[in-house]
Design a protein around this ligand. Structure first.
Ligand code: SF4
Length: 61
């Protein structure tokens, strides 16, 4: 799967990192970045908890 964080939308609240540190990390700009393209059990939960909908997921068929 392809996981992408929209840096313009991300407010750096760290909710996704708290929900799923396997998938997300806060970078030096204070924004979240996807650190893996693998799906972990917590990945979609983290995507759903983003308050601004900054994380997009594309599944490759
Ligand atoms: S939950 Fe959303 S707004 Fe908050 S750090 Fe993660 S991507 Fe950014």
């Amino acid at each position: 799967m392809k996981i992408k964080v929209d840096k313009e939308l991300c407010i750096g609240c760290q909710t996704c990192v708290a929900s799923c540190p396997e998938s997300f990390q806060i970078n030096e700009e204070g924004k979240s970045v996807a650190i893996s393209q693998d799906e972990f059990p917590c990945t979609m939960k983290a995507v759903a908890t983003c308050p601004v909908g900054a994380i997009s997921v594309t599944r490759e068929e």
